[in-house]
Write a protein that binds this ligand. Structure first.
Ligand code: SAH
Length: 217
């Protein structure tokens, strides 16, 4: 895998376009300017890796659109050393962004083939601090809870209750909720049983499915 001047130039343009679309957190723009997104895509999509689009990554799944990655990350307000749980590892790109911001990242994927492929990739790229699990994300990771932040990168039909319970007090869950179109929700845990919910516009994600899938790519 090589990261050429051409890739860097295209990446810089992509980041400029994210800024124009309203992403204001310079730390996020800076890590997205550093991470070669084309490493996370099939060779066939290499030429298009720096378009602001989602692309297929196998198992009927997609790498999220860069704007969506930046937007969700911005909503999380990531601070260094925070413990963050991501649901839906997919290509590993979002996890790499979180880790590059200094978070301690735990990530869950339900597709075995994607889990294996992405684990290898993240290790090869030096992201060996990211802890990856082949599990059903609906259950979260109770053994490592509570988390400062939880990020769901698949469209959930409703707010996943088990994940709310794995937040610290003051912790934040960012989750797109809806069936065909998802409303981006940011939910802040105010106390043991009080939550504040904000809505941040409509997005489209692949579905948050229950159970695990032991199948090849
Ligand atoms: N964050 C990813 C986005 C991948 S798309 C990236 O940066 O590429 C969403 C992912 O969520 C898919 O890989 C899908 O298999 C996964 N997913 C869906 N339901 C899940 C569940 N219950 N547990 C874990 N992962 C799930």
């Amino acid at each position: 895998m090589t990261d050429t001047y051409r890739h860097k130039g295209l990446r810089n343009k992509l980041v400029q376009s994210l800024r124009k679309k309203g992403i204001t957190d310079e730390r996020i723009l800076s890590v997205m300017n550093q991470i070669p997104r084309h490493f996370f895509l099939e060779k066939a999509f290499e030429e298009q890796a720096y378009k602001d689009q989602a692309f297929p990554i196998g198992c009927e799944q997609t790498i999220s659109q860069p704007y969506t990655v930046a937007f969700q990350t911005q909503l999380l307000e990531v601070k260094k050393r925070e413990k963050i749980l991501e649901i839906g590892t997919g290509s590993g790109y979002q996890a790499a962004v979180l880790a590059s911001l200094g978070a301690r990242v735990f990530t869950i994927e339900r597709q075995e083939a994607l889990y294996k492929k992405t684990k290898q990739l993240l290790d090869d790229l030096g992201f060996s601090g990211i802890r990856m699990y082949f599990k059903d994300g609906y259950l979260g990771l109770p053994e490592f809870a509570p988390f400062d932040k939880i990020l769901v990168t698949a469209g959930a039909p409703e707010v996943p209750e088990k994940l709310l319970k794995q937040l610290k007090i003051g912790g934040v869950l960012v989750v797109p909720v809806g069936v065909k179109i998802q409303r981006m929700l940011r939910i802040i845990r105010l106390s043991e049983d009080e939550f504040k919910q904000e809505e941040w516009g409509d997005f489209r994600f692949v579905p948050f499915l229950s159970g695990i899938q032991k199948r090849g790519l």
